[in-house]
Design a protein around this ligand. Structure first.
Ligand code: HEC
Length: 114
């Protein structure tokens, strides 16, 4: 009896481990190189650094503040709106120069992965 329930629970553990293994890479599927390239091509790095605040907030802070809200980031990256720079001046935020929703989504995911 004990042996059987042990066997069942270890089967459960294996199943859980396997499904975790399958689920994780899918959730973290970010093409980092493509995102970095797009980031660079659009000169986002002029105002954003992965760790340090520049004219704009660091990517870490953006990721923390937006808690995985990819939709909101995509909106931010495709619809220009006025932002305050850290020197108090205002300008229209840069819109990503890409018509490819996949590339923009990937960039948003990459930013949120910080
Ligand atoms: C001229 C400076 C500047 C450039 C260039 C710039 N940003 Fe920003 N960005 C800012 C500032 C300032 C904020 C903060 C806005 C605020 O909090 O209202 C910001 C905010 C953001 C946010 C957070 C939005 C939110 O709702 O939390 C994201 C994401 C972002 N920028 C991505 C990018 C990307 C990607 C690029 C390149 C296409 C880029 N930025 C280029 C200045 C800049």
């Amino acid at each position: 009896m004990i042996e059987r329930s042990l066997r069942r629970s270890s089967l459960f553990a294996v199943t859980a481990a396997v499904s975790l293994f399958i689920a994780l890479p899918a959730a973290a599927q970010v093409d980092e190189d493509a995102a970095k390239l797009l980031f660079k091509q659009n000169e986002c790095g002029k105002c954003h650094n992965p760790d340090k605040a520049k004219k704009g907030p660091s990517l870490k802070k953006i990721a923390k503040d937006n808690k995985g809200d990819e939709k909101k980031l995509i909106q931010h990256l495709t619809v220009s709106k006025k932002v305050k720079l850290d020197d108090g001046s205002e300008e229209d935020h840069k819109v990503v120069d890409s018509k490819d929703p996949k590339a923009i989504g990937n960039l948003a995911k990459w930013i949120l992965s910080h």
